[in-house]
Design a protein around this ligand. Structure first.
Ligand code: ADP
Length: 803
């Protein structure tokens, strides 16, 4: 039923209209004014309006205009009902106000009814049409929805990832073919079984927790977990993501999820991380055994469930380290190795890797393979117990030599090694090999450096000449002995230009084939304008010859001295001996009647010369004691003045004619000296004796005493032969004499001044000589003064002496 609105200010007119329209069996609405008509229109949908033109307040035209202004009512057909306005102008106004028809009173009820009926018909047709259009739209939408669902499923199927969707409460309602393939299942089976069976047990707790949280909050879900692949039962890492799709009201209508296989990426990352850590371990020690053992420990369980490192010793593989996830199985693994040592001719496993230097990969260790591997039933049982699943063997190669094999075996983890794992294992072995190589190199370098350091510190000159004859090494001692800096020699051939006099070196130097006691040759070389005697020998080796030499110049000089000693001493000994022998012979003669005086004289000679002999022997003994540093000294404060005075008193007893001695004791406060009194006396006696001895023409010998800073200085001055300045240092050397051939006729051993120097040196004093104005020599000896108290004592003593 549709509504017809009748508008007239007169109730009788409304009644009349009602009567006419009744048979149409539609619902009639009434309005007695324009305003009421508008109100009715607010409340009801109306198919047609019959509108009286003449009304008070709001007339029909005005009412129609208002109706047309409103969006909701604009389209309602209006039929004007009027008694008067038949004029054209009026009718025009009605049409322009939106009328569809004009009905003039008095009107034909049939015509009016049929007109209204047409509009009713039109209205209901429109209504129907609208309904149909709505229906159509809904169907289209459904089609569209289906189509889009098909499209996303299509998209989902085209994805390389596993795609799934779930209802708002998390029940799976779609999975793509990838899911079914991966788990080798059907949709219904998969839904029935759920994810629980295929998720790695270790990943289950956090996965369930995360998914539950997402379902509760509607937040997007992301998780990394391992899913078991049906084809090989291996767990592979996946990244799972799901987001919720919501309707306009924000209600979740569906979950869209995907599982992306990140196993390769993850193991690559893990591999990289492992390699970095392994690198740190490998670099931490130079002991490669410790390093490899540490490496094996690191690799379990990250790369393998058990790892074994074998290294080559005496051409055979020896197990260096075994690591197992299950510690109890380490012993079993060792036991296995002990009982069933690797057959070097084996066709699989570490021996093959060792033989070929190439890695070996067994993704799957089948039962058949296991029984091939096993030597006997027990072996098979042990191997089975270890539960081998997959195996990789990689060689440790350093400097092109296979040093060993690292074996990785998966068991408990159910892991199956693939090319990526092998690449990681190979990289690891490569780094381990590098570390071993580095350690070896380091050791070699260390050894070489040590050898070089030794070469630098040995006293012998060492140089190396390569097969081309070029000097490759010239050590510090070689530099020092030859005075030739390394830079002038290394890299050049040893020619006369480089080292004068070495031309015939290569032919004349004995070169041994192996290191050992070599016979050396000694020859002179002109070095820095001096002749030096070198003793040299060589040892040949693959890369050339190493020569070692030492400077024998000093030894030769010593040898010369020794020879001098023999001649000097024998001469010095022979002279008194001859005198004693002569005197004794004369005394023993029966045929000679000797006068008393002569008799006395001869006996005197014997006594004197015997004393001289004894002195010489004493000096020799003393010198040898000094040389060996075996002379005991007793240092104490001694009275320098008293000592010097007594030495002079002794000298006066046997002065030759024409020689005088005198003593100047210096100031009163000359301090005591710190010395060995007996030895100091010997020094002074020696100097005074020399002064007398080397003044053959007589003269004054003066002994002077004075304080010199922290020292007390003794000076013995003579007017004798004097000593040329160039010889003033040398006369203190052992056996050195100015006149060794004794042409001057003054005997001596050349030991006296040497003994003096050594004795003075031992009490931290000094001795030297200089020429004096009397063309003779001043010998000075300085001895450290004793601290104060001795000086006081000194004064008291002196005071007593003068009293
Ligand atoms: P010796 O007197 O037994 O030869 P010394 O060691 O005492 O040995 O002296 C070494 C040399 O020093 C002497 O041979 C002598 O040539 C020289 N000499 C030592 N004292 C004097 C001196 N007072 N005057 C000149 N020459 C001296």
């Amino acid at each position: 039923m549709t509504n017809i609105l009748l508008v007239d200010d007169r109730p009788e007119n409304l009644l009349a209209l009602e009567a006419i329209l009744e048979p149409l069996e539609q619902k009639l609405l009434y309005a007695h004014s324009g305003e009421e008509a508008l109100r009715q229109l607010l409340r009801h949908d109306v198919a047609v309006i019959l509108l009286d033109v003449q009304m008070p307040l709001l007339d029909g035209f005005e009412t129609a205009e208002l109706i047309k202004q409103r969006e909701r009512t604009r389209h309602i057909p209006i039929i004007f009902v009027t008694a008067i306005s038949k004029e054209e102008e009026h009718v025009f106004r009605g049409y322009s106000a939106g009328a569809v028809d004009y009905v003039f009173k008095p009107f034909n009820p049939d015509v009016l009814r049929s007109k209204v009926a047409v509009f009713i018909e039109l209205y209901s047709k429109t209504e129907q049409l609208q309904e149909q259009a709505e229906l159509l739209k809904e169907q289209e939408l459904a089609d569209l929805r289906r189509e889009s669902e098909e499209r996303y499923r299509f998209l989902a199927e085209a994805q390389p990832d596993q795609i799934w969707t779930a209802t708002p409460n998390g029940e799976l309602d779609y999975v793509n073919q990838r899911v079914l393939d991966y788990f080798d299942t059907s949709f219904s089976e998969h839904v029935a079984a759920g994810w629980l069976d295929v998720i790695h047990p270790d990943d289950l707790p956090h996965t369930l927790k995360g998914w539950q949280q997402a379902l509760e909050t509607g937040a997007s879900y992301e998780n990394e977990l391992r899913l078991r692949r049906a084809v090989d039962d291996s767990y592979r890492w996946h990244l799972t993501r799901a987001i919720a799709m919501r309707d306009r009201d924000g209600e979740i209508v569906k979950w869209f999820g995907s599982n992306t296989d990140i196993d390769d990426r993850k193991s690559a990352e893990e591999g990289q991380r492992f390699l970095v850590e392994a690198g740190a371990t490998l670099g931490s020690s130079l002991d490669y055994r410790a390093t490899l053992a540490a490496l094996a420990k690191m690799a379990v369980p990250r790369i393998a469930d058990w790892v074994r490192v074998d290294i080559v010793e005496d051409g055979k593989l020896h197990t260096l380290a075994v690591e197992h996830v299950d510690e109890r199985k380490i012993e079993l693994a060792f036991e296995l190795g002990r009982r069933y040592p690797e057959d070097p001719e084996a066709t699989q496993g570490p021996p093959v890797v060792l033989r070929t230097g190439k890695s070996e990969l067994m993704t799957e260790i089948s039962e058949e393979r296991l029984s091939q591997l096993a030597v006997d039933d027990l072996h098979l049982e042990l191997v089975r117990e270890l539960g081998f699943q997959s195996y990789m063997g990689v060689p440790l190669v350093a400097r092109k030599r296979t040093l060993g094999v690292i074996s990785f075996v998966s068991a408990e983890s159910g892991r199956h090694y693939g090319p990526n794992d092998l690449a990681l294992a190979e990289e690891l072995a490569r780094r381990a090999s590098t570390a071993i190589e580095n350690a070896q190199l380091y050791r070699e370098v260390e050894e070489r450096a040590q050898a070089a350091r030794v070469l630098e510190t040995v006293a012998d000159g060492v140089f190396l000449v390569d097969v081309q004859g070029v000097v490759r090494l010239w050590n510090r001692a070689a530099e020092a002995i030859t005075k030739l800096p390394r830079a002038d020699v290394v890299g050049r051939r040893l020619t006369d230009e480089v080292l004068p006099g070495c031309r015939d070196l290569s032919i004349s130097i004995p070169v041994a084939g192996t290191p050992g006691p070599a016979t050396a040759t000694t020859f002179p070389l002109e070095l820095d304008g001096e002749e030096r005697w070198l003793s040299i020998s060589g040892v040949a080796f693959d890369e050339g010859t190493v020569y070692a030499f030492r400077d024998l110049t000093e030894e030769r000089a010593l040898e010369q001295i020794r020879q001098d000693l023999v001649s000097t001493v024998s001469h010095e000994l022979r002279t008194p001996l001859a005198a004693i022998y002569g005197s004794a012979l004369t005394l023993a003669r029966d045929d000679l009647e000797l006068e008393e005086a002569m008799h006395e004289k001869l006996l005197e000679v014997i006594v004197e010369e015997s004393t001289r002999l004894a002195d010489i022997v004493n000096d020799l003994l003393l010198a040898s004691q000094l040389d060996a540093d075996r002379l005991a000294i007793h240092v104490e404060p001694c009275d320098a003045q008293a000592l010097a005075a007594s030495v002079l008193d002794a000298a006066r007893t046997h002065l030759p004619a024409g020689t005088r001695v005198s003593f100047d004791p210096g100031q009163d406060d000359v301090p005591y000296v710190v010395a060995d009194e007996g030895q100091l006396r010997q020094v002074l006696t020696n100097l005074v004796d020399n002064a007398v001895k080397y003044s053959p023409d007589g003269g004054d010998v003066r002994v002077r005493l004075q304080t010199a800073g922290k020292y007390v200085r003794f000076t013995v001055a003579d007017e004798g032969l004097g000593i040329p300045p160039a010889e003033q240092g040398r006369i203190f050397e052992k056996f050195y004499r100015l006149d060794p051939d004794m042409t001057g006729g003054i005997g001596g051993t050349g030991l006296g001044l040497y003994i003096c120097r050594e004795l003075v040196r031992r009490v931290h004093g000094r001795i030297w000589v200089e020429a004096n104005d009397a063309r003779g020599s001043d010998f000075h000896v300085e001895i450290p003064a004793a601290p104060e108290p001795s000086t006081g004592q000194n004064r008291r003593k002196r005071a007593r002496a003068s009293a």
